[in-house]
Design a protein around this ligand. Structure first.
Ligand SMILES: NC(=O)C1=CN([C@@H]2O[C@H](COP(=O)(O)OP(=O)(O)OC[C@H]3O[C@@H](n4cnc5c(N)ncnc54)[C@H](OP(=O)(O)O)[C@@H]3O)[C@@H](O)[C@H]2O)C=CC1
Ligand SMILES: CC[C@](O)(C(C)=O)C(=O)O
Ligand SMILES: [Mg+2]
Ligand SMILES: [Mg+2]
Length: 352
């Protein structure tokens, strides 16, 4: 189906599920995306084998979820479609050891992100299809949205169409994991890879985490309480973004006060100014010219020294401790935390 923007968007009715009939899908990895794809496909009636190392910490979970688990090598040997859902950084090794020796003519190599194909870390043979169904969502929501019938929007890309059926097979996979319920947009491996990496660095993960921390630190450094700073800069972020998700920026501006709207419209671009735009352009350039990919591959070869240090520093940021304490006080916390919350309320009151 083509909409007015001339992009191809595919929904359930556009998909012929028979392209996955009599087909075995090996899902390699049972992490964020892997568990969601494996369970959704399984419940959609697809024959799934999860591929995990003998000593994998995910094995028990996949087996308890009622799935067949084999080693990656064995799963690939039995599969027609191999869905590569181990971390991007280990995919080349898994490809070399488990996938490549078991690839048969006409198989499908299926990705959820294009990093290794786009940056030439995996070079598949000509006699297989190479496809992508990339959910535009964290894996745990791919699972949750399947269970709630909502589905998750996704991207479709075809890198190699050996069989002539690559797109139909990929769409059948997209339907199996619930993406065509919401809509699947056609793109390319290059576009998915570069926009995804730019988005997670500049806006979705890196950008927003820095915005929240700098906002929090600005208030705390000015003498306001950490609790107030947390509510303002972190907790309410979700509620504001929910409005944008439901109805765009308009729904958010409509819902906030005129004071917030005028202040936001006049001051927002003082904060996110041309300097930030230039920084974003630089980040995008490093994604496009492969500089980021080269750096990330080298970082992994060196056993992740920078990643390890930054990951720990993020965990140690004061906002995490304040947030953990405050979240335990909210009524919407899970019931098993109720006792803890009551204790915490008593403790906070006693300290007042
Ligand atoms: N996270 C997300 O929501 C999104 C991810 N993607 C893409 O999906 C793909 C998977 O990412 P993600 O779900 O985050 O991955 P995860 O980090 O969650 O994958 C962890 C899984 O991979 C297994 N694994 C790790 N190393 C190996 C190995 N050497 N051999 C075999 N199995 C291994 C782990 O098992 P073990 O217990 O053995 O370590 C575990 O089951 C990536 O291409 C990513 O870019 C795309 C969209 C969103
Ligand atoms: C935003 C991060 C992401 O790109 C995603 C969940 O889509 C990822 O790589 O995890
Ligand atoms: Mg993404
Ligand atoms: Mg990503």
């Amino acid at each position: 189906m083509t909409d007015e923007f001339n992009t191809e968007i595919y929904y359930d009715d556009d998909v012929d599920e028979s392209y996955l009939a009599n087909t075995t899908v090996a899902v390699l990895g049972y992490g964020s995306q892997g568990h969601a794809h494996a369970l959704n496909l399984h419940e959609s009636g697809v024959d799934v084998i999860v591929g995990l190392r003998e000593d994998s910490s995910s094995r028990a979970a996949a087996q308890e979820d009622g799935l067949t688990v084999e080693t990656p090598e064995e799963a690939c040997a039995q599969a027609d479609v191999i869905s590569v859902l181990v971390p991007d950084t280990v995919q080349p090794t898994v490809y070399e050891n488990a996938i490549e020796p078991n690839l048969e003519e006409g198989n499908t190599l299926q990705f959820a992100h294009g990093f290794n194909i786009h940056y030439n870390q995996i070079q598949p043979p000509e006699h297989v299809d190479v496809t992508m169904i990339a959910p535009k969502s964290p894996g745990h929501l791919v699972r949750r949205n399947y269970e709630s019938d909502e589905g998750t929007p996704g991207l479709l890309a075809i890198y190699q169409d050996y069989t002539g059926d690559a797109k139909e097979r990929a769409l059948a996979y997209g339907k199996g994991i619930g993406c065509t319920r919401a809509g699947v947009v056609e793109t390319t491996f290059r576009e998915e890879t570069e926009t995804d990496i730019f988005g997670e660095q500049a806006v979705l993960c890196g950008g927003i985490a820095e915005l929240i921390k700098v906002g929090y630190e600005t208030l705390v450094d000015a003498g306001y309480s950490p609790e107030m700073a947390y509510f303002e800069c972190m907790n309410e972020m979700k509620l504001i973004v929910d409005l944008m998700y439901e109805g765009g920026l308009g729904a958010m501006w409509d819902s906030v006060s005129d004071t917030a709207e005028y202040g936001g419209l006049t001051r927002g671009d003082d904060v996110i100014d041309d300097h930030v735009r230039e920084n974003m352009e630089e980040v995008l350039e490093q994604v496009q010219n492969g500089e980021f990919a080269t750096e990330w591959i080298a970082e992994n070869q060196a056993n992740r020294p920078v990643y390890t240090q930054l990951n720990q520093a993020e965990k140690d940021h004061e906002i995490e401790e304040v947030g953990e304490r405050l979240r335990a006080l909210f009524a919407w916390e899970e019931s098993e935390q109720e006792t803890e919350s009551d204790d915490e309320r008593t403790r906070v009151k006693a300290n007042e």
